[in-house]
Design a protein. Sequence first.
Length: 447
Amino acid sequence: VSITLKHGAHRLGKRTDKQMQTWRNYGLGQFIHWGVYAIPGGHWEGKYYPGAAEWIRSWKEMPKEAYDNLYKQFNPEKFNARGWAKQAKEMGAKYVIITTKHHDGFCLWPSKYTDYTIAKSPYKKDIIGQLVDAYDAEGIDVYLYFSIIDWNHPGYRSSLKTEADRKEYEDFKTFTRNQLVELLERYPSTKGLWFDGSWDKAWIEQAEFADELGRELREMIPGLIIGSRFRADENGNRHFDTNGDMMGDYEQGWERKIPETIEDIHGNDWDCVMTIPENQWGYHSDWKGHVKTSNELIEMLVKSVSLDGNFVLNFGPDGEGNIRPEETKLAAEIGAWMDVNKEVVYGCGYLDWKKQDWGYYTVNRETGKKYMVVFNMPVSGALRVKVPDNTRPDKAYLLEQPESDITIEEIHRNEYFVHYKPMTPVKKPFVIVIETTESDADEGHYQ
Ligand code: H79
């Protein structure tokens, strides 16, 4: 039974329009976290900050005043928007999400509603504008990240405890609305907004305001895409409303984690945003702990696509505007893999065949072409495939080598071995294309 909500989900099921189909078919995206936090890079006065670099202002070891004056030093002379966009293109990214303003409130565009912007830094020039132009020129769709948390605005509160708080927060709401309208007016090629920080108690209470604001923004750019991390319903439920229906165009709850099974995604569109180290978004000069390899990242990408999602890999450039060498190397390795295998990612999604231990299936949504992306090669050389009723796999070949002959052996009803013995040790995930014949008649030769 559903209850009537004024500010719950405004649509059940997936969006079917062209813009959303484009979003769904991206497969791979790039996230960019850049701001004045890139200057300290996770250190203050020689001390190492163990948290996420973009959070250093909240660290007791760093005076707020010191942080709030960093912008006076922000002069990233190495910044080359076209170089970043070219690298993203070579990696295979189809969209980019850029931090216009993180929780610290520093704006990478010259906002007319605050002085805490790039215009007041020694660098002066509009960074968002340069990035939008550069990525647009590479044919990579631009999405703007915007934090609802703003530690710099005098009216900002994380929760509203007094009447005075409420009054101040009204100013902050107006400011937030003005900045968002300003961004869409300045950068009309924007395809969507990626909101963050909307878990604040103060924001959760603004269901009506946020709903209205979302409507206004969507009117400015028809087809604008906004995920589920923007607004709460009137009962304070986030992502999913009181009836359990998702609010927004895709589920935005997969931060540094990936769903395990198709049941986890409840039939919704979704994206996974992922860091290269365990938890660093902005530039941290000293990555500690495990740093993901390109093989791990490619597996996350393929797993996301196999479960009908997009995978968005984060980059945190340094205070001078350089993309760090570790990120450049990973981007190149992912790009080299994508060069050969991109057709298993773009335009692909979930195939309703039982998941097997060797890797992931993906299927092209338009052509129905089916792929086995192999990450764990069985020592037997026999890759198990279980198919639905009335589906017979009758041909398999390597994507890289279409003339390769891979035999298929029927072992049970609806169950086959795809026999493949690689001649050289497998060092990269590889792809087998599998062709099937569907028939209505149940052949029934197994009792
Ligand atoms: O922008 C990235 C993160 O900075 C942001 N979302 C991604 C995309 C984010 N903000 N908050 N969180 C993620 C989760 C909150 C983590 C916290 Fe903490 C735990 C805040 C305080 C305790 C991490 C650890 C930051 C400070 C200590």
